[in-house]
Design a protein around this ligand. Sequence first.
Ligand code: G
Ligand code: G
Ligand code: G
Ligand code: MN
Ligand code: NA
Length: 254
Amino acid sequence: MSLLQAFTEAPRLGQLYMAYQPQWSLHSGEIIGFEALMRWRTADGRHVSPDAFIPVAESSGLIIETGRWALITALQAVGQLRRAGLQGFHMAVNVSVMQFQAPGFVDMVQQALAQTGVGAEALELEITESVAMAGAQQVLQILASLKAMGVGIAIDDFGTGYSSLSYLHQLPADRLKIDRAFVSCLGSGERSAQIAEMVLPLGRQIGMKVLAEGVETSEQARLLAALGCDEAQGYLFAKPMPLSELLEWIKVRP
Ligand code: G
Ligand code: G
Ligand code: G
Ligand code: MN
Ligand code: NA
């Protein structure tokens, strides 16, 4: 069976689920949000990486339906987290380029919010830097519509593409997510470590929050905080967890 055939069957077989990774404030230590990440566990119990199945889902068009399921599932998790006593957090959901540019995307988001009874301000959509920076008028229009609804926008994998600074400040985005490649080298003296140092004042100047991804050590967290970084996400704090595990974790969290 091809990967596409297997993926086509995955939703019906209940093999897809969402994992949620906490994001926290480097200042207060409080949870500020979660990133929802899709997971596929095949019949033999192995996990296939999204890096392998998302491209298949995109090229087949299945991402439209799967992405809608992921969004609704993540919004339902917002309700469960609130019922568990958590307040004032956002849920970040990854959106791939094909989903984003498909006709009716904004309406689909609106419907998902209405259907789950979650306010737009609790939702953040993550689009990659390369999508955001493609410069298409269509992208700017979609972002403006989402913004008008009150949905937050994060630029994912920031630093890996070729951002035009003049374009970046026109984007109605709320948050820049520094790619983990630029976090893992912090304190190493490598030139790539300077990317994180450069992005932080940049984000502040254009009024965006900056979140560091892939923070694994307390030394990285310390350096980031010293550089003025607001927020972080990574194994140091918590790994992505299925909702049941997350609901247990929030009771005992650091
Ligand atoms: O079983 P494994 O270690 O590969 O999965 C990691 C976590 O994800 C475990 O907590 C497990 O319960 C959960 N998990 C794995 N597959 C599924 C699934 O299909 N649905 C749900 N809800 N949770 C799953
Ligand atoms: O989950 P992992 O931690 O391995 O994520 C690998 C990549 O897959 C990330 O770039 C992430 O953005 C992407 N990804 C994970 N879940 C989703 C999803 O629900 N939708 C889309 N479009 N991409 C996802
Ligand atoms: O959408 P994006 O590419 O940003 O997805 C985040 C990816 O990073 C997911 O695959 C997630 O499992 C992974 N991840 C989250 N925290 C860490 C971390 O501390 N270290 C590493 N190496 N990967 C992480
Ligand atoms: Mn992401
Ligand atoms: Na990323």
